[in-house]
Design a protein. Structure first.
Length: 376
């Protein structure tokens, strides 16, 4: 009997110690919860009375102390208590943006921010990748270009007669190096405070400079400070066929007949689509060319094609690139400075993007310009 009493006492003692341990753990968690909720109240919670006249308890610890369900769990060793009303209003846990009240109440949840600047499409710049580039160390390149050359070689005929004479009409050509640049001001504070803004502005200005340079390569004015363009210095080709693709093919064949190797055709993207989507006018109206699903590289009659918005719509340029060079005097650079005007005093930073380049067309017959819309 005494042995039974001893086992019962030890069992009850062990149960009591287990309950006390669980209660201590619950009290620790309760203290942490009370602290977190107090922080929420301070950030935006309302201290107004609860609906129906319900009063807030002074603390979560008090609510737990008065809980009958928690007391039964301690006495009876139950694993779970009944729900405990902490007297907290659900309004304290809503966001300010989702509040339906007037004025709105709740926690001001901060929005997620997407970095960068938007509103400008940086189109691919393709001409720099397909044109030969020649480094240059001055602000212009001069070279001699013949005009109207025709091979005059002929048989002598009878002995003692005068042999054929070749006529050469040379001219000194100057290809200027053009400076293309753009700048933008920003405060030093905003560049420091907005992550990535400096690099975004630099990228935007760099693309703007290179896009302008690409347009100058095609359409340059050819003044003393601006480069000549492929269209302004090229030779006009007059086709005798109507379809766009056939005009390009006829031009390439004519160049080949004169000794040139047409290895590049430049087109506006809209014209390139017109050529790819051309259909037969009879039969099942199948695609004339490879169509929209063709996996092959862009080409017209075997001549590699490059689509660029710098080329005016309705124009194609067929080139033998052996006689054309881009002159690279200074690749695109980006500089930041506070030394302009009152920049230093006003904490303003000037971001400048700049490049220097030119275009040398050694033989104008190697650049043929086609009007794709003219009548034949």
């Amino acid at each position: 009997m005494n042995e039974l009493h001893r086992e019962l006492r030890e069992g009850l003692k062990g149960l009591e110690e287990g309950i006390n341990t669980k209660f201590d753990e619950l009290q620790t968690k309760t203290t942490e919860l009370e602290r977190d909720l107090r922080d929420l109240y301070q950030k935006g919670g309302s201290s107004a009375p609860l609906p129906g006249g319900q009063q807030r308890v002074s603390s979560i610890r008090e609510a737990l102390t008065k809980s009958a369900g928690l007391a039964r769990m301690q006495k009876e060793g139950s694993k779970n208590s009944d729900p405990i009303d902490l007297g907290l209003s659900i309004k304290a846990l809503t966001s300010l943006q989702g509040s339906g009240g007037s004025p709105a109440e709740g926690i001001d949840v901060q929005p997620e921010r997407e970095g960068g600047l938007f509103g400008y499409a940086m189109r691919p710049l393709t001409l720099f990748d397909v044109m030969p580039i020649r480094p240059i160390s001055s602000n212009q390149l001069t070279f001699t270009r013949m005009s109207g050359y025709s091979n005059a070689a002929a048989g002598q005929g009878a002995e003692g007669t005068t042999k054929a004479e070749q006529t050469i009409d040379p001219g000194l050509i100057t290809a200027p190096v053009e400076t293309i640049a753009v700048w933008h001001d920003a405060s030093k504070q905003v560049l420091d405070d907005e992550p990535g803004l400096e690099s975004t502005i630099a990228m935007l200005l760099t693309h703007g400079v290179r896009e302008k340079a690409e347009r100058q390569i095609v359409n340059g004015a050819g003044s003393s400070f601006e480069m000549s363009g492929l269209i302004t210095d090229g030779t006009a080709f007059v086709p005798t066929v109507a379809p766009m693709a056939d005009r390009i093919g006829q031009c390439a064949a004519t160049m080949g007949n004169s000794g040139y190797l047409a290895n590049l055709v430049m087109l506006n993207p809209v014209d390139w689509f017109t050529i790819r989507s051309e259909r037969a006018t009879g039969g099942d109206e199948q695609y004339v060319g490879p169509g929209w699903a063709a996996p092959a590289s862009p080409a017209v009659y075997g001549v590699p094609a490059v689509a660029s918005a710098a080329v005016p719509q309705g124009t194609a340029i067929v080139i033998d690139t052996r006689f054309v060079n881009l002159l690279d005097r200074q690749q695109t650079t980006v500089e930041l400075s506070r030394e302009t005007g009152n920049n230093f005093k006003q904490n303003i930073v000037t971001v400048l993007a700049e490049l220097r380049m030119g275009l040398a067309i050694y033989d104008t017959a190697a650049v043929q310009v086609i009007d794709l819309t003219s009548s034949v």
